[in-house]
Design a protein around this ligand. Structure first.
Ligand SMILES: NC(=O)c1ccc[n+]([C@@H]2O[C@H](COP(=O)([O-])OP(=O)(O)OC[C@H]3O[C@@H](n4cnc5c(N)ncnc54)[C@H](OP(=O)(O)O)[C@@H]3O)[C@@H](O)[C@H]2O)c1
Length: 246
């Protein structure tokens, strides 16, 4: 496989770390962003001890200005970005009738507006070079909705609307744009849910277990090689069979 330059947002998180490692294992040069310097350096050292050399760049993806600066910094350090994985995300769960403007806006800004902020500075270069991969990490809850997650589900559904539009605009330029929609994965985000609620979630998953971050990284990597260049605008569900919309 040709070695590419990949930028994974939220690469220090549960799913992000698995994506970063998988892309590095495939021979790509990988960068990710951070907000908290100390936390990020600890993460970088842990990965270094495992043999990974990951480039860290500071920046909040919910800010258009910071997103542009962080992309330019990755370009300066590694070169033009060939693969963008929009993975950074947060939850601010509550039923809609109690949802504050802050809870709504934080989730929309971090999970959806970030996709504009990060993709806008890389897309022109991909079009000029006639090769690119843009992959959104959405969620099963963007496909089926979820009690207490109107903000999150709206943002995650919006990500795939972005995917299928961008895919049409850029298909002639060797750029594919796809979505991976994970089901429930055993990361901090899900382990923070009370155990009894988690048990109820697992009971709804046909495979009878939570997914692993590595299983999501596998789905992301599927879209990258040249053999995948006919696949664009897809929404790949990786959810243990919990939701089988088509
Ligand atoms: N876990 C699941 O079961 C599950 C299921 C479906 C979809 N997903 C999606 O998968 C993605 C990764 O989830 P995860 O479970 O790995 O979450 P996580 O462990 O909480 O990691 C989230 C990452 O995003 C970063 N981030 C958050 N807000 C940011 C911002 N404004 N600017 C820059 N970086 C920001 C975090 O950085 P900090 O350390 O600085 O906060 C962290 O590195 C998310 O988009 C999530 O919605 C997860």
């Amino acid at each position: 496989m040709t070695a590419r330059i990949a930028l994974v947002t939220g690469g220090t998180g549960g799913i992000g770390t698995a994506i970063v490692k998988r892309l590095a294992n495939l021979g790509h040069r990988v960068a990710t962003n951070y907000r908290n310097e100390e936390k990020a350096r600890d993460w970088q050292q842990r990965l270094q001890a495992e043999g990974y050399d990951i480039t860290l760049v500071k920046g909040d993806v919910s800010s258009p200005e910071e997103a542009e600066v962080l992309v330019r910094e990755v370009e300066r350090k590694l070169g033009p970005v060939d693969i963008l994985v929009n993975n950074a995300g947060i939850t601010r769960d509550t039923t809609f009738h109690k949802m504050t403007p802050q809870q709504w806006n934080e989730v929309i800004n971090t999970n959806l507006n970030s996709v504009y902020n990060m993709t806008r500075p890389v897309i022109e270069g991909m079009r000029e070079r006639k090769w690119g991969r843009v992959i959104q990490i959405s969620s099963i809850n963007g496909q089926k909705g979820q009690y207490g997650q109107a903000n999150y589900a709206a943002a995650k559904a919006g990500m795939h609307g972005f995917t299928i539009s961008l895919a049409q605009e850029n298909a002639r330029f060797g750029i594919t744009v796809n979505t991976v929609s994970p089901g429930y994965i055993g990361t901090d985000m899900v382990m923070a849910v009370p155990e009894e609620v988690r048990n109820k979630i697992v009971a709804q998953i046909p495979t009878g277990r939570l997914g692993s971050p590595e299983e999501i990284a596998y789905a992301v990597a599927f879209f990258i090689p040249d053999e995948a260049s006919w696949i664009t605008g897809a929404n790949l569900s990786a959810n243990g069979g919990q939701y089988m919309g088509w």
